[in-house]
Write a protein that binds this ligand. Structure first.
Ligand code: FAD
Ligand code: NAG
Ligand code: NAG
Ligand code: NAG
Ligand code: NAG
Length: 656
């Protein structure tokens, strides 16, 4: 296999674009977007290295991407023209191909696998996503030695294809409310699993509907007449040979959703399903042969997987937003509309101040989240290193922070993708823009892996914020330091306000729980401010690592834009906490406008630095070369509606 080097690869990309384009595209070989790149004040390639974590990482990522792009199996049909059933089939086929190819190329490093897959699946989900992201990790972390030896090889060889079935029709968030039961029978040494009510039917797990033959099922454990709460069990669902559901297993697909078209989210009703005792995951809690229950040493042990998934989601928020900004900002430099001064040529829509105000803060946010994702990933790896040596001390704190950051980043990114879509006008609504796909497939992150509001309420915001930590750093502008100090003081005061609210409720002689419920809005507001502050802090800390002046300068502008926009959006909080006066807030607005103008010449270069190739974006509006219109026409002609004749109108048109 030949790996393309970058210049060759670019050439290859250009040639293939010309090859596909209709004749008149040749006239447009130098559209506006490339000219936009002339005035950048920094080296795009250097910034890409920083985002990737080093020059070697960039090189390897591009090698892996070109493996996919040059692969004939990758040149598949646009999924947007397929029905849901066809999309599911295509996704399963793709997943299977991916796995075989990864084996063939000998790619085994998790980061490299992730990279390979993200090109292959584009803006869609992987049919076997749950197997990789939940089933396998749960086996890795919760099997005892014997279980590990039995199940991991089965799962790694895909004989056992699994999902993670926790949510039920009646409950998702409130885990104690889950009703599925696993009752131990010492006489036969089996657990009997049941879905005793309609509301106890498992609902939503990805890959459950058709693909999986096993599930990790979360069920209330009953033994010796006592309930010991939720535990995880490996439940065979379908025969590993025939794929036919096993006795007592009622399983299927839950139907079309907002997105996730290619994933068979499923239902599962268990009717006296008997599984051997050793199918309970017993690394921590155990049930002995006679039915004696042995408690796990620490309830916090399962935090690890959650923290990992949440750190992945934060990174995903950065990526979804970065892709959306790439599309909207490139298109905003191609699109001309209306006029600013009468009689003059129509300006690029990016030259409207309102358009800059929509997009540039989101660009800054995308950079911020990419850096936060990097940070969380590093911390996770450091801490899991500690766990294997038995030190859990940092885990609760990271767990609380990861919950808040997950909610904070997915909320903002979801809103941001939609802002990008609207910023592209009517064409943003076409599936050819890719923004609808990015949106529908990203938004459920606000709901799964911990519903966002609930996550925000769980985030313990520290009141011992060290306002001065960044003051020693010479590389950060005074203005950024001041914003950071303001943000941290604001958190401090909002936490105080929430605490005061709880105090006042308690004085009314309501219970602790009711006081909490009645102060929840204040608590979420404080957590939100805390997360904003943490993101500003991490962004500012990142600046300290950057040596290149050009890159440092443009990232500083982005960091300040991010910080100030947060202050402006929450100006109510800053007024209420007395941190900023009305004149000071006007200064903030003024500074923001200056920053927008300052960023304008770098906007396209900044999205280029994310380095999403056209094949990964899969967006006609976001094309690297800016040849939008010809390719929109080309794309529309592929619509299957153009292949069938219109029906049912004849009777209407018949003579009376
Ligand atoms: C695309 C997708 C894929 C999924 N995949 C899986 C999977 O693979 N496996 C699986 O087991 N599950 C899966 N789920 C289910 C998902 O985990 C749950 O939907 C999620 O946990 C939220 O729970 P819920 O649906 O019960 O929402 P609810 O908790 O009913 O939320 C509804 C509303 O109530 C509010 N609320 C609830 N509790 C509180 C509280 N304590 N305080 C304040 N407000 C509260 C929420 O904020 C929200 O506004 C998936 C869901 C989706 C959409
Ligand atoms: C680049 O900068 C020059 C000099 O300021 C300006 O004339 C030109 O219009 C800019 N080009 C673009 C594409 O903005
Ligand atoms: C808060 O922001 C204002 C306006 O930018 C600034 O004057 C003030 O010094 C900041 N507060 C702190 C504590 O830095
Ligand atoms: C929780 O608080 C809200 C708002 O104060 C109130 O309307 C609601 O009744 C409370 N819920 C319960 C269960 O007490
Ligand atoms: C049904 C219909 O209108 N089909 C048309 C789709 O577009 C192609 C190319 O423009 C036409 O040839 C078809 O007649």
């Amino acid at each position: 296999m030949i790996l393309f080097t970058r210049p060759l690869f670019l050439l290859f990309r250009k040639l293939s674009i010309i090859g596909q384009a209709p004749v008149n595209a040749v006239l447009n070989l130098v559209p506006v977007v490339p000219r936009e790149r002339e005035n950048a004040t920094f080296n795009v390639e250097k910034l890409t290295h920083i985002l990737d974590g080093g020059i070697e990482k960039t090189k390897r990522r591009r090698e892996i991407e070109s493996l996919v792009i040059s692969d004939p199996d990758f040149q598949s049909e646009d999924l947007n023209f397929l029905s849901r059933s066809e999309r599911y089939d295509a996704a399963v086929k793709k997943s299977a191909q991916m796995i075989l190819k990864l084996r063939e190329y000998g790619i085994s490093d998790p980061e490299e696998i992730y990279c390979y897959k993200s090109v292959f699946r584009g803006n869609h989900h992987e049919a076997l996503g749950l197997h990789f992201n939940m089933f396998l990790p749960t086996l890795y972390t919760q099997c005892n030695k014997e279980q590990f030896e039995k199940w991991v090889p089965l799962a790694e060889s895909f004989k056992a294809l699994g999902t993670y079935a926790q949510t039920e029709l009646g409950h998702g968030t409130h885990l104690r409310g889950l009703e599925t039961t696993a009752t131990y029978d010492p006489a036969t040494q089996v657990f009997v699993l049941n879905s005793p009510t309609i509301t106890s039917i498992k609902w939503w797990p990805g890959g459950l509907g058709k693909t999986s033959n096993h599930a990790i099922v979360l069920a209330q454990l009953h033994t010796q007449g006592k309930c010991h709460g939720l535990h995880a069990f490996i439940v065979p669902l379908r025969s590993m040979n025939t794929h036919i559901p096993l006795p007592g297993v009622v399983v299927g697909d839950i139907g079309p959703k907002f997105g996730f078209d290619e994933v068979d989210n499923g239902y599962l009703k268990l009717e006296n399903v008997r599984i051997p005792r050793d199918h309970m995951l017993m690394k921590y809690a155990k049930v002995e042969a006679d039915g004696t229950y042995v408690k796990p040493p620490s309830a916090k042990l399962t935090y690890g997987t959650m923290v990992f998934i949440r750190s992945m989601i934060v990174g995903e928020a950065g990526r979804a937003l970065a892709k959306s900004c790439t599309i909207a900002i490139r298109y905003s430099s191609v699109r001309h509309q209306s006029e600013i001064r009468p009689g003059e040529p129509e300006p690029q829509i990016m030259d409207y101040q309102t358009q800059q105000y929509k997009l540039f803060p989101l660009l800054a946010t995308a950079y911020a989240y990419k850096f936060v994702g990097q940070y969380m990933n590093q911390v996770y790896h450091r801490i899991t290193g500690d766990i294997s040596q038995g030190d859990f001390s940092e885990l609760p704190e990271l767990h609380a922070l990861s919950a808040g950051l997950k909610a904070f980043t997915t909320w903002t990114a979801s809103e941001g993708i939609e802002v990008c879509r609207m910023a592209c006008g009517g064409h943003g609504y076409s599936r050819c823009s890719a923004l609808p796909d990015i949106y529908v497939n990203f938004v459920p992150t606000c709901t799964y892996e911990g519903e966002n509001t609930v996550m925000m309420l769980q985030t313990q915001t520290s009141t011992q914020l060290n306002v001065l930590v960044l003051y020693g750093q010479p590389c950060i502008s005074f203005c950024l330091k001041a914003s950071y100090a303001n943000a941290s003081l604001c958190v401090f005061r909002l936490v105080e306000l929430a605490a005061k609210s709880i105090q006042q409720e308690l004085q009314k002689r309501v219970s602790q729980e009711d006081a909490w419920n009645n102060s929840a809005i204040d608590l979420v507001r404080a957590s939100d401010a805390h997360c904003h502050y943490v993101v500003v802090k991490l962004f500012a800390a990142k600046l300290g690592e950057i040596g290149d002046t050009g890159v440092h300068s443009v990232l500083s502008t982005l960091a300040l834009l991010y910080a100030l926009q947060g202050i402006q959006q929450h100006s109510g909080d800053f007024l209420q906490t007395g941190l900023l006066s009305v004149p000071q807030l006007s200064q903030v607005s003024q500074r923001l406008k200056e920053l927008l103008a300052q960023l304008r010449p770098n906007a396209v270069a900044l999205v280029d630095a994310f380095d999403y190739c056209d094949e990964m974006l899969n967006s006609v509006l976001g094309r690297y070369d800016g040849n939008v219109y010809e390719h929109m026409f080309e794309w529309a002609r592929r619509s299957p509606l153009n292949k069938t004749e219109v029906r049912y109108l004849k009777p209407l048109q018949a003579k009376l």
